[in-house]
Design a protein around this ligand. Structure first.
Ligand code: SF4
Length: 705
């Protein structure tokens, strides 16, 4: 029976950072379907398997949190309470802890899936009003090394390219990324471009043979952790071949002489031995880049999730700088963001080490500008605790209260058992989530139900600086509220002024004004413009209506002297050393049809069919020496824990290396232990990003006790 008029809404996919445009259709019974927006500049109507199944996640509310719940004491069960009771308690506990132990005794841990408005509010709340910079995000786990790579070389965290550069490039270096599975629609564009232009060269650098390799002209299957040596060796070849841009080097950059000296320290043969790839393949990669008119370097977690992630970023970005491939069509360094709004979070300063609109947290004038804008005296002057440091703070007692929003740290953080133990020491934990299955809930003193995708409005920014408006098209279940609304209510309970926003449009308008005069100025933007005109790439000002496709076209960079910085450091030691007990390198990553810790994609039967259970990729020789056959259950043990999965014996992985997908937690999937029981605490000293790509383990056939 017909009950309502069919309706259509525009939105943006809530999974990866590609940011595909979606049209949501609701039929006259209120049932939802989704399709790719044919007019969207990102995906031109295409959607990948995750995006085209989003409606199942929207419609299935069976596992959703619907009401606030609270524990009256640590040993008490969670009980349903009303919003006022829950938030009054949160405010009372936060006030008491701050009074007794100071503001740095509390922390917020949020997510690259938060909308920009939510990110903005939680930053204003913590940095401006709670007076702590202890606000970090799970984006710390995926792209903080890229943020620092850009800041150090280009002056600010500014992705210089646009997706339309894909169709203008004739050489791609895909480094530590598997976009065919993890950024599928972007990769479809690369595939189509290669089909139409067969001379386009694609180089893939990865210790595994991934789906992306099927399009590659050259696969450099390097030893894990040796990326920096490889890019420096390619740099040396480019210099020796004369394939560098001396005009750019001399007139628009600094640091080339020191870079040249460093790359000349290592011979091609020695680099080839370190990386485990043929010297002639390094030469071939250099010749592809040297011959290119448009050269794009694409990278993701393989570089970022490393104890030397920033150095790896620098070494890769240097290849674009020494060849002058930046600020022109088809060229540039292009970090792929994993989460849908990791970029929006970076823009509003949504990390313990950042300040809004690319201002510098360590600069007193910048802090005062933001403080004045927010109407507060000052902002804390030292960086706050980053993701891993927050949980260390719980462990050592320096952090007493933690508020987790839209992320699942007991599955996604490295050394997950340590994180679990740390959570048990917390005086007060708030878990604000959509899913009743979030693994942190058993540790929560207060559980707050949040609205999900499509149940609230707001904006996000994708990997190419493109801002989209997301429509609300359905109601949240029960009493669940948008994350922004929860934060506004909490701020009021804390008696803070500055949080009286009649609508999300007003929150966004305030953030846009804070960007005025900065290099990411969007002060001319508002919801009305986005709703009427679609997406835009920042910066976007009154003078620059329509946004900015490509940055640095004038070769003026955001560094103090306006010149790009060619920077490189020699490779350092890895997080862990191989030993007799743990002779294999474990690297972790994603699979095609799952997202993060599976709280959404794990609900979709169609997506679970692709790869239904966790597995360990192991090379045939490593398997044979351990008497392991394909499909058998194996026990993977490391210094921090164990994981039990079935073996996938394959030459797709290098000998001496094993691979586990990162998605499976212990509650969702029949008690399969978490992959992150095995990963370690090594972090990059500059970006504080954890290393998920180099842990040492042993593997044995599993024998039932
Ligand atoms: Fe969504 Fe990313 Fe797939 Fe596009 S490529 S549909 S943004 S998951």
């Amino acid at each position: 029976m017909s009950t309502a008029k069919p309706e259509s809404y525009k939105s943006t996919c809530s999974y990866c950072g590609v940011g595909c445009g979606i049209i949501v259709n609701k039929d006259n019974k209120g049932r939802t379907t989704v399709e790719g927006d044919p007019n969207h500049p990102v995906n031109r109507g295409m959607l990948c398997s995750k995006g085209m199944n989003l409606h199942y996640v929207v419609e299935d509310k069976s596992d959703r949190l619907q009401y606030p719940q609270m524990r009256w004491g640590k040993s008490h069960p969670l009980e349903r309470v009303d919003w006022d009771t829950g938030l009054n308690r949160a405010a009372a506990v936060f006030k008491s802890i701050i009074k007794k132990h100071g503001p740095d005794a509390v922390a917020f841990y949020v997510s690259g899936q938060c909308l920009t408005e939510e990110y903005y509010l939680v930053n204003k709340l913590t940095k401006g009003y709670l007076k702590t910079n202890n606000i970090d995000t799970n984006s710390r786990l995926c792209m903080s090394s890229a943020v620092m790579g850009y800041i150090k070389t280009l002056g600010e965290d500014s992705v210089p390219i646009a997706y339309e550069d894909i169709e203008l490039a004739d050489c791609f270096l895909v480094a530590g990324a598997n976009p065919a599975w993890c950024h599928p629609i972007l990769w479809r564009r690369v595939e189509k471009h290669k089909e139409e232009n067969p001379d386009t060269k694609i180089i893939v650098v990865d210790p595994r043979v991934t789906q992306s390799c099927s399009l590659a002209d050259l696969h450099l299957q390097l030893n894990p952790g040796t990326d920096e040596t490889l890019y420096l060796a390619i740099g040396r070849c480019l210099i020796e071949n004369g394939d560098i841009d001396m005009d750019f080097i001399q007139n628009h950059s600094d640091g080339f002489d020191a870079y040249k000296e460093l790359v000349m320290e290592t011979t091609l043969e020695s680099a080839a031995a370190t990386c485990g790839v043929p010297a002639e393949d390094i030469q071939l990669a250099a010749s592809y880049i040297g011959d290119a008119k448009g050269f794009l370097s694409l990278w993701a977690m393989g570089l970022n999730q490393s104890a030397e992630g920033v150095n790896k970023n620098l070494a890769l970005i240097d290849l674009n700088l020494i060849t002058g491939h930046i600020g022109k069509p088809g060229s540039g360094p292009f970090s792929l963001t994993g989460q849908p709004n990791a970029m929006g979070g970076r823009e509003v300063g949504g990390m313990a080490t950042l300040l809004a609109s690319h201002r510098n947290l360590l600069n007193p004038e910048h802090r005062q500008e933001v403080a004045d804008f927010w109407g507060v005296d000052s902002l804390p002057d030292q960086p706050g605790k980053t993701a891993t440091q927050i949980f260390e703070g719980l462990e050592d007692g320096s952090i007493k209260a933690l508020w987790i929003i839209c992320t699942n740290p007991l599955v996604s953080m490295p050394d997950a058992r340590r994180v679990e133990a740390a959570m048990k020491k917390a005086k007060f934990v708030v878990v604000q989530d959509i899913s009743a299955k979030a693994e942190a809930i058993p540790h929560a003193d207060l559980v707050l139900p949040a609205a999900g995708w499509g149940e609230k409005e707001g904006t996000m920014t994708n990997s190419e600086r493109r801002i989209s408006y997301l429509n609300k098209f359905t109601d949240a279940p029960g009493e669940a509220l948008p994350d922004a609304e929860i934060l506004l209510r909490f701020a009021k309970k804390m008696n803070y002024s500055g949080f009286d926003f009649p609508s999300m449009a007003e929150v966004y308008a305030e953030y846009c004004q804070l960007t005025k005069g900065t290099n990411i100025d969007i002060s001319g933007l508002d919801y009305d413009y986005l709703k009427s005109n679609g997406t835009v790439q920042w910066p976007f000002t009154d003078k620059n209506k329509g946004g900015t496709v490509r940055l640095f076209t004038d070769k003026k960079f955001y560094t103090p002297n306006g010149r790009a910085q060619i920077l490189a450091n020699g490779p350092r030691n890895k997080t862990e050393l191989l030993s007799e007990d743990y002779p294999l390198i474990l690297t972790t990553g994603r699979i095609r049809d799952q997202w993060h810790t599976m709280t959404r994609t794990g609900k979709v039967a169609k997506l679970n069919k692709h790869i239904p259970s966790p597995f360990l990729e192991i090379h045939p020789e490593d398997a044979a020496s351990r008497n392991i056959n394909d499909g058998e259950t194996v026990l993977i043990s490391g210094k921090r824990g164990e994981v039990r999965v079935h073996a996938q014996v394959t030459t797709k992985i290098k000998k001496g290396v094993v691979f586990l997908p990162m998605h499976w937690g212990k509650i969702l999937q029949n008690d399969f232990p978490r992959t992150n029981n095995l990963t370690g605490n090594g972090i990059d000293p500059v970006s504080k990003q954890p290393d998920f790509k180099f842990s040492t383990v042993q593997v044995a056939k599993y024998v039932k006790p």
